[in-house]
Design a protein around this ligand. Structure first.
Ligand SMILES: [Ca+2]
Ligand SMILES: [Ca+2]
Ligand SMILES: [Ca+2]
Length: 215
């Protein structure tokens, strides 16, 4: 019986090591940096804004994300001019990845957004994940990426070890309010080596169970 407990403990330890390493959440509202979408603009702290009633509510997916902007461009704030040629502002997330990880990420924007990711800080090597959607409906873009519930862009991306910059750029195209909301998380993906170790632990547990039953 002691033998069984010992193997069970080893299997549990292996499982915990696989699932908890290198995990983090990413939200809009926790001291993010934003900059205007013009040449030479500098990064500054983004600010929370008052959401429009048509927008996806704050705290989508339960991680505490809130609507942000580079200025008070929410309900009751200033109104920015339309521009389909250039993002009004960008928000940035810096992801320090220490083990190969799966990033899941959801973005809402008024009126729409471009999303891109770069490997290494200030790298010119940028992958554009989504371009702006300039088809408008009653509230911001028609579909993804828009501001209403269900109009989010959704991403599931494997990230190699290193520093990655995730950029979300908001376009103002339909007048009135403008802003961004995003929520995501990343966690380490088990390497084949640790999966094999976990499998061995579980196999050992099953063997010990059978042995206990027989005796
Ligand atoms: Ca953040
Ligand atoms: Ca819409
Ligand atoms: Ca707008």
């Amino acid at each position: 019986m002691y033998y069984l407990k010992k193997i069970g403990a080893i299997a549990l330890f292996g499982f915990a090591a696989v699932t908890t390493a290198n995990a983090a959440i990413i939200t809009s509202n926790d001291g993010d940096t934003c900059k205007l979408g013009v040449d030479g603009a500098t990064w500054e702290v983004c600010q929370a804004i008052t959401p429009h009633s048509a927008w996806q509510a704050n705290n989508p997916l339960g991680r505490g994300a809130e609507w942000i902007s580079i200025a008070d461009t929410g309900v009751g704030g200033v109104v920015i001019g339309n521009n389909e040629d250039e993002e009004y502002f960008w928000a940035q997330e810096v992801l320090e990845i220490t083990e190969k990880s799966l990033l899941t990420f959801d973005v809402w924007a008024d009126d729409t957004a471009q999303v891109k990711i770069s490997y290494n800080h200030h790298s010119a090597d940028v992958d554009i994940l989504t371009l702006g959607n300039f088809v408008q409906d009653g509230a911001c873009a028609a579909g993804s990426i828009g501001c209403e519930p269900g109009e989010n862009g959704h991403y599931e991306i494997m990230l190699d070890v290193g520093t990655h910059n995730l950029f979300v750029g908001a376009y103002q195209t339909g007048g009135s309010v403008t802003g961004l909301l995003y929520s995501g998380e990343y966690s380490a993906v088990p390497e084949p080596g640790s999966l094999a170790l976990l499998g061995l632990g579980l196999a050992g547990l099953g063997f010990a169970r059978r042995k206990t039953k027989a005796s």
